[in-house]
Ligand binder design. Structure first.
Ligand SMILES: NC(=O)c1ccc[n+]([C@@H]2O[C@H](COP(=O)([O-])OP(=O)(O)OC[C@H]3O[C@@H](n4cnc5c(N)ncnc54)[C@H](O)[C@@H]3O)[C@@H](O)[C@H]2O)c1
Length: 326
């Protein structure tokens, strides 16, 4: 396989690339190394990949149509795509909506259009998000539940990506699978997410902000479980029977939502320090609970997440302390 991994310097892209290289695949990694969060962390992830057999990197801005066309020429030999580059984050989409249109809409269409001209693409796997469930009527969220009531522009762009892929699978038979990730955490994680923000604040003796007074539940999913799900997806492209478009969507989540306050308690124990709590009201765009129904991913992909917070969070903290020498 020749696999294009977009967002390879990002949290999930980095781990996915590591796993692909470990099984002997050829990985062409791309990223624009933007400064949404500290680019030094992105460079450090990239440094781990650079020099490994089968890995190459190209600094590409995916919202640049010409750059994407130049990347995905037939001579590139790309047989699979794992598209993880995006403008992530729910709250930031209130501040900088245009970043989401560029990274999540324009870039996605650039890739889909380039792929139309790429012979022999076996499978296009792309990241969606649990946020597409928006105003959910029930939990856990099933892939067949309504996803037409997004609560943030981020969620709306992720839903749009699913629709674009359906259309391209229908019109041009591009086999694709969308993965709705549920709150991923782990070593080399994202600085704008709870594990990272809270760890940093607790170590500095600063308050941590808990929205909705801490009364929230998240289906926190450990990175190794997500990577296993992404690779299993890659290996199971949807069959094209000539009838329904070759496009599917799966939930990848731990299937075991935990209270934000329990999350904090595990962090406190692993860090050996008490958190100072700053209880805040519910934020616009946030949801009270996320919970993945993984019936289909378990059945079709053998997806079987195994890592509880009590195991995963201490691994994150061990990495954090070593990386930042604190
Ligand atoms: N981490 C989670 O909990 C989570 C949950 C749901 C969905 N997702 C989705 O999974 C994917 C990966 O998320 P992540 O947590 O690794 O985020 P991340 O921000 O760490 O990684 C995304 C990478 O994409 C790159 N990128 C952004 N825009 C780009 C562009 N226009 N051109 C080229 N590169 C660009 C960034 O520089 C970054 O390195 C994203 O699509 C995200 O929306 C993540």
């Amino acid at each position: 396989m020749h696999i294009l991994v977009t967002g390879v310097a990002g949290f999930i892209g980095f781990h996915v690339a590591q796993a692909l290289l470990a099984r002997g695949e050829t990985v062409i990694g791309v990223d624009n190394l933007n400064d949404y969060y500290d680019p030094a962390l992105k460079h450090a992830r990239l440094a781990q990949l650079t020099g490994q057999k089968g890995f190459s990197f190209q600094p590409v801005e995916l919202a640049d149509r010409d750059a994407v066309d130049a990347l995905l020429v037939p001579a590139s030999g790309v047989t699979h795509i794992i598209h993880l580059a995006a403008q992530a984050g729910v709250r930031y989409s209130l501040q900088n909506p245009h970043a989401y249109i560029s990274a999540n809409i324009v870039a996605q269409i650039n890739l889909l259009e380039a792929v139309r001209r790429l012979p022999g693409l076996v499978h296009f796997v792309y990241a969606s998000s649990s946020s597409v469930y928006g105003h959910a009527e029930k939990a856990p969220f099933a892939v067949t539940d309504r996803t037409d009531r997004p609560l943030s522009l981020y969620a709306a762009t992720k839903k749009a990506d699913e629709l674009f892929h359906y259309t391209y699978a229908h019109l041009y038979r591009i086999p694709a699978t969308g993965l709705r990730f549920f709150t991923v955490y782990g070593p080399w994680g994202r600085p704008d997410m709870a594990a990272f923000l809270f760890t940093k604040a607790i170590l500095a003796g600063e308050p941590i902000r808990l929205f909705n007074g801490g009364d929230m539940r998240r289906d926190f999913t450990y990175i190794d479980d997500i990577v296993a799900g992404v690779l299993a997806t890659l290996d199971h492209p949807p069959a094209d029977t000539g009838e329904a478009p070759p496009h599917r969507v799966y939930n990848l989540g731990h299937n075991h939502p935990e209270k934000l306050t329990d999350f904090v308690a595990i962090l406190e124990e692993a860090l050996g320090r008490k958190a100072v709590l700053d209880l805040q009201p519910m934020q616009p765009g946030d949801v009270y609970e996320t919970a993945a129904d993984i019936t289909e991913s378990r059945r079709d992909l053998g997806f079987s997440p195994t890592t509880p917070l009590s195991v995963g969070l201490p691994k994150f903290i061990a990495w954090y302390r070593e990386f930042y020498r604190v």
